[in-house]
Design a protein around this ligand. Sequence first.
Ligand code: GLN
Length: 189
Amino acid sequence: MKHELTIGVLGLQGAFAKHMVMLSKLDVSTMLIRYPEELDQCDGLIIPGGESTTMSILIHEMKIRDKLLEYNRPIFGTCAGAILMAAGSNDPRVTTLNRVPVRATRNAWGRQVESFLAPVNLSFDEKPFNAVFIRAPKLVNPRPEVQILGRLENETVLVQHDNVILATFHPELTDDTRIHTYFLKLIKN
Ligand code: GLN
């Protein structure tokens, strides 16, 4: 029998629900991940947006950190999830998982810009992605092995390193499924 894909969405805190809705639209099964053992059951993992400081504490308290460090299937981190997957951040309260050699600067678009919509240029598709940024981080100093998949003007907003992708915006909040589809392709290959 064909193995059906199951994508886990880390559900400790933040914007996990809309990811699940989008994945259902793409006809894949989803499961909420709250306990370490649950990670064994999913073919890929999304770490959603939210508050990276809080999520960092919960990852520790729920004893899921070690499992996240050794999880070797594809991971997609969005916004706060991207901060957590980075090599480090400018906020000592966030203990990152150090899975992608890039640094994250929290809330880096300036206070007056709480959230905005902007066209991201993608490396894998001609049509720009109209992206929602909510108190978004910036990704800085990517190591040369990090692939840049998306830029907003001169800023790097979407990257890939091995089987991990990071977006500083919220692709689950639009109807455009291209980035989730890209992630699913990573899992299938
Ligand atoms: N500002 C949040 C943080 O630094 C991220 C915001 C988001 O995930 N939308 O953790």
